[in-house]
Design a protein around this ligand. Structure first.
Ligand code: AR6
Length: 177
């Protein structure tokens, strides 16, 4: 069930690999070679074409730094593209984590803008294995997306996809505020 918070921001609880959007964002690691969590789910659902492009990007630029983003095909996913971004590992909050997480959202949105992608779906980057506290991460996510949409036409629509109840509640609060 999708909640509409503005005509350009939606909240959905579910599996990001099932979203019919122009691009889904992957919470990757700097190797770009896959992993657990949403990363594993995306590679499993999208098939080997995604990893193949990730390997080509690695060969070209040597992976992806924290806060940066790269784009590949979506393979067999409903989404045509996957934007892979590397969130910060939570380390107490004084190691630049908020700025690095904000960069993930901005750099992913910039790739979508460059390609004029209509819609982009984000998971809660860093809020699983990387241990970023969910309330703070939701605040960064909503703030950065709102700031971006206020001054950019592309992407036209952003979908926050939350997996768990806690994140759903937190995003609802942020989006209502
Ligand atoms: N759809 C939507 N959200 C999901 C899904 C899904 N299918 N699966 C998990 N989540 P995580 P991170 C949520 O751990 O913290 C990988 O090994 C999950 O509940 O996937 O950025 C990478 O390779 C959580 O809220 O990513 C890296 O090594 C959020 O997605 C590392 O994990 C992110 O959880 C990245 O850790």
């Amino acid at each position: 069930m999708a909640s509409l918070f503005s005509n350009r921001i939606q909240l959905v609880q579910g599996d990001i690999t099932r979203q019919s959007v122009s691009a889904i964002v992957n919470a990757a690691n700097s190797s770009l070679l896959g992993g657990g969590g949403v990363d594993g789910a995306i590679h499993r659902a999208g098939g080997p074409a995604i990893l193949e492009e990730c390997r080509a990007i690695r060969a070209r630029q040597g992976g992806c730094k924290t806060g940066e983003a790269v784009i590949t095909t979506g393979g067999r996913l409903p989404a045509a593209h996957v934007i892979h971004t590397v969130g910060p590992v939570w380390n107490g909050g004084r190691k630049g984590e908020p700025e690095l997480l904000a960069n993930c959202y901005r750099n992913s949105l910039r790739l979508a803008e460059e390609r004029q992608l209509e819609s982009v779906a984000f998971p809660g980057i860093s809020t699983g294995i990387y241990g970023y506290p969910k309330p703070e991460a939701a605040a960064v996510a909503v703030h950065e997306v709102r700031q971006w949409l206020a001054v950019h036409d592309w992407p036209q629509r952003v979908v926050f996809v939350v997996f768990d109840e806690e994140n759903r509640r937190l995003y609802e609060q942020e989006l209502a505020g």
